[in-house]
Design a binder for this molecule. Sequence first.
Ligand code: ASP
Ligand code: MG
Length: 416
Amino acid sequence: MAIVVQKFGGTSVANAEKIKRAAQRVIQRVKEGYSVVVVASARGQQTDELIADAHELNPEPPERELDQLLSTGEIQSVSLFAMALHAEGHNAISFSGGQIRMMTDGVHTKARIKSIDASRIQKELDAGKVVLVAGFQGIDDDGNITTLGRGGSDTSAVALAAAMKAEECEIFTDVDGVYTTDPRIFKDAVKIDKISYDEMLEMASMGAGVMHSRSIELGKKCDVRIHVRNSGNENKGTIITSEEEAQMEEVVVSGATIQKDMAKIGLVNVDHKPGNAARVFSKLAEARVLVNDIIQTEVGPKKANLTFTVGSSDLKAAKKAIDDVRDTVGCEDIFVHDNIAEVSIIGVGMRSHYGIAEKMFTSLFKAGVNIDLITTSEIRISCVVEKKDAERALIAVCKAFDLDKPVGKRKKYPRK
Ligand code: ASP
Ligand code: MG
């Protein structure tokens, strides 16, 4: 029998009423003839509440105990969910991650999944049961409970879909899918029908807080079709899939993102010689600073300028690391700017079409936005701008690329 995995986020199982509604989504699939595996997150804000409980007793709770505690939130959700299904006359059985041998490494609070025992689940599905698995958790080789990092239930669901060779992994949430951009800033943003794994990963890393990034990486690696949809209605959501499938309509720019809390550090006139970039970034790595963009340009034969961006919360640590290393690399001046934001456009189509960068820069020019830094990947163009200009910049870019229109109604660009 074909298998479908259905994942319900915290808001979709927040109370009894919502669990009953979610149970109906499961029953609907059972009636269509599917074997159903359900993954649920902790109800509502429970994970945050448990973390607060932990900190009340210990400002630095041991991570093993934190994982042990947090895992209980998801266990409650799936056992309650199973009860709701039984009440509707459907046979269901719930498991913790450990019980289905969701094996992970031993890195508490951010463990990675190594393997899953599909046979245990298959046996229950074959017996006609709905199988419910607590998301966000696994177990290491020594039997310790681990968790996968905040938002990790998405990853549990995609990993299960891969292990069970499911037809689709449905991610139920409280919005209709993934939007071309943040509708709180650009209210005419439209739902994306299909998007490739790579585009979704870029969107996620550039500030679109849709899904746990690891879940998309895993989806790509294992070729899992992911369907992000609303638990409150029947609308088709967003399909995250292979590039071949996503690009049937030749979308050039799929979405635009904004990253607001950013800061920039520039090292002026660093000695232009081997090893200096390595020295700077090993100091930053030591300080555990996550660096976003790096730009180096040569200033004559002897000197270079080196600029990088970080999240605002890392600025202090980054500044300290740079102060420590500046003399070693012959840096003449340092400038720090913490009022910046980054606006990006993302689309695999920009590899094969002309005029995309020009369009973005022109739209910013017309909106009176000055571009500070520009960085690109193969499928992304990002502009760092002043924070005060950021929302205006995003809106201008969205309009330029018709991100308020259905795909078929957007401007065409010449093909390479
Ligand atoms: N309950 C966990 C969290 O709040 C995992 C999840 O929701 O996916 O991060
Ligand atoms: Mg979540």
